[in-house]
Design a protein around this ligand. Structure first.
Ligand SMILES: Cc1cc2nc3c(=O)[nH]c(=O)nc-3n(C[C@H](O)[C@H](O)[C@H](O)COP(=O)(O)O)c2cc1C
Length: 346
């Protein structure tokens, strides 16, 4: 099934095929429809557009590499699939379909602790490198068991989500299926702290990526704790409403990380130009959440694969038009904040 030309139309198309309950769960955000104000989820989308692209011209762009490496693993496009719980509410093939699509497109799937099937089954679906997203449990034995299982299943990295010590009020997304368990806090760990991060880093031989920070001070602590990377994320606006949009938080985190660890970003990435903006601001790669859920709902593995291929082709195109030939080395001054537009550095 051909996807719509604009990827931000995916949501409307997916709405037509999903049950109202499943659609509400995926689209939901903290305080969505509750107060009549623009939510962080909505601001995430808008914030990418506030970075204007300032292209360089008259460069030979006949050979473009839209791929990069993440934690040393080659990926054919700098777009990973974010850990999203319960993919089965989008399509019966669920995480397995995403695994196959990501493998075919040469990228990394990040599998949620709250996946709709056991993570080792997803891991076994393809040979391709995958990362495991870890929710720390109130019972450290359970946390360690998840970590051990991830290692045994062959995951290449652990992505520890740290922006959910508790769920946030979401008033639209708890439909009849009763899948609010994770978000409502029953398995979340409000005691998770930097000391526990240090313990996990020591305990696992896998590289540990911290997902869900936006503050430069936290990026510095992540480096000190031995993290291999961070994901600048506000959970797609599903946690603290009012939080800074990730496109605006990214530069501060990149500066604080100072090249010592890899920085990824997610939240509202809806086009290849958004990917280019993120790379220019210093992200190694982006994660997409809802877009691949919508593509999965529309056409299973084929839909997710088409989405990833579309992003790769459109990224190559945007890079050529912006005078950039290497996704791993996009120049910082090809984006400028709208407020300073017209004043790119030389
Ligand atoms: C339906 C849904 C479920 C999610 N489940 C998880 C999860 O289990 N673990 C996690 O770390 N993040 C989870 N997230 C957050 C995503 O990993 C990601 O940060 C976010 O979706 C990115 O924003 P975007 O949807 O605008 O691309 C979830 C997001 C959605 C939309």
């Amino acid at each position: 099934m051909p996807l719509p030309p604009g990827l931000d139309q995916l949501e409307a198309r997916a709405r037509e095929v999903l049950s109202p309950g499943a659609f509400a769960y995926f689209t939901d955000a903290a305080y969505a429809d509750a107060e009549g104000r623009e939510t962080t989820a909505a601001r995430n989308l808008r914030a990418w557009s506030s970075w204007y692209i300032v292209p360089r011209v008259l460069r030979d762009v006949s050979a473009v590499d839209a791929g990069t490496t993440v934690l040393g693993t080659r990926v054919e496009l700098p777009v990973l699939t974010a850990p999203c719980a319960f993919n089965a509410f989008a399509h019966p093939d669920a995480e397995r379909a995403v695994a196959r699509a990501a493998a075919r497109s040469g990228t990394v799937q990040i599998v949620s602790t709250a996946a709709s099937m056991p993570p080792d089954e997803v891991a076994a679906e393809t040979e391709a490198p995958k990362w495991f997203q870890l929710y720390s449990d109130t019972d450290p034995g359970e946390t360690d068991a998840r970590l051990d299982a991830a290692e045994k299943a062959g995951f290449r990295a652990v992505v520890l989500t740290v922006d959910a010590p508790v769920g946030a009020p979401r008033y639209t997304g708890y439909p009849e299926q009763g899948f609010g368990a994770v978000a409502t806090g029953s398995v979340l760990d409000p005691r998770l702290d930097w000391r526990e991060v240090e313990r996990l880093v020591r305990r696992t031989p896998l590289p540990l990526v911290i997902k869900g920070l936006v503050h430069p001070g936290d990026a510095r602590l992540a480096v000190e704790c031995g993290a291999a990377g961070v994901v600048v994320s506000n959970h797609g606006g599903r946690q603290l409403d009012g939080e800074i949009p990730t496109a605006l938080a990214l530069p501060g985190v990149v500066e604080a990380a100072a090249g010592r660890i890899e920085v990824y970003v997610d939240g509202g990435v809806r086009s290849a130009r958004d990917v280019l903006r993120a790379l220019a601001l210093g992200a190694r790669a982006v994660l997409i959440g809802r877009p691949y859920i919508w593509a999965l709902a529309l056409d299973g593995e084929a839909g997710v694969h088409e989405l990833l291929e579309r992003l790769r082709e459109e990224l190559r195109n945007a890079m050529m038009l912006a005078g950039q030939v290497d996704a791993a080395n996009v120049e910082r001054d090809v984006v400028v904040a709208a407020a300073q537009a017209g004043l790119p550095r030389s």
